[in-house]
Write a protein that binds this ligand. Structure first.
Ligand SMILES: [Zn+2]
Length: 241
């Protein structure tokens, strides 16, 4: 381990070399290598999370660059996972990057997420959120949710038994996909909170957002939280099912 690289986190009381070793052994999968996935990937790679999976089927489009800070104009047309891999390996050659240039679906999800300790939902569609929630609950894998809309963002961590799942909070409904507006820094804020959740989860220290949800109001510069509760009738996480 490169102690000099991690010096500023090694001297944090809750961290130390034992904490760094936990990060080195951790495996985190980032689903969506866009606006939210960019800061998550940067911070997890820089912190030394030993194995990072990047999953995204898209290539870089010029309209992504207003907020997807992992990518750049010189790599327009490149697969986002390849662009991400290049940047992260350059940032921290000590870590492993696994890339999945595919669309996550019912058939491939189990095989992909098996072996990861934690999954970060950094996606822009409800279908993938519900799919990740269902399968992570079933497989007992922690899931860090993040969402953005215009100036607003939310963060919530889902661990079975410790708080509600995505379906408890938003019962599954069919909706027509829409493209939300988004100001660049809000994905930076939400993604940074998501990365923080991952680091705390791996360390086993600090308070996770499992029974509360963080609400970030960028327009008024206000961060608040609401308590969230398990739905006993939830078809996904309730033990009755
Ligand atoms: Zn539930």
């Amino acid at each position: 381990m490169d102690k000099e690289r991690y010096h500023r986190q090694l001297i944090i009381p809750e961290f130390g070399e034992a904490g760094q070793a936990k990060l080195t052994n951790a495996k985190a999968l980032i689903v969506g290598v866009g606006g939210l996935g960019s800061p998550v990937a940067f911070y997890l790679a820089a912190a030394g999370i030993g194995t990072i999976g990047l999953l995204d089927k898209d290539i870089i489009d010029v309209s992504n660059l207003q907020r997807q800070i992992l990518h750049s104009t010189s790599r327009l047309g490149t697969a986002k996972v390849k662009s991400g891999e290049q940047v992260l390996k350059d940032l921290n050659p000590e870590i492993n990057i696994i890339t999945y240039e595919i669309q996550l679906d019912d058939k491939n999800i189990r095989q992909i997420i098996e072996g990861f300790d934690i999954v970060i939902a950094a996606v822009d569609n409800l279908e993938t959120r519900y799919l990740l929630n269902r399968v992570c609950i079933k497989m007992g894998i922690a899931l860090v949710e993040g969402g953005v809309f215009n100036w607003d963002g939310t963060v919530h961590t889902i661990i079975k038994g410790q708080g509600p799942c995505y379906n408890c909070l938003y019962p599954e409904v069919k909706t027509t996909p829409r493209v939300p507006g988004v100001i660049g820094p809000i994905v930076g804020l939400v993604g940074s909170f998501q990365a923080m959740e991952v680091i705390k989860f791996v360390l086993g220290k600090g308070e996770l957002l499992t029974d509360r949800m963080l609400l970030i109001d960028g327009f008024n510069s206000a961060v608040t939280e609401i308590k969230v509760k398990i739905n006993d009738q939830c078809p996904v996480c309730s033990n009755k099912n």
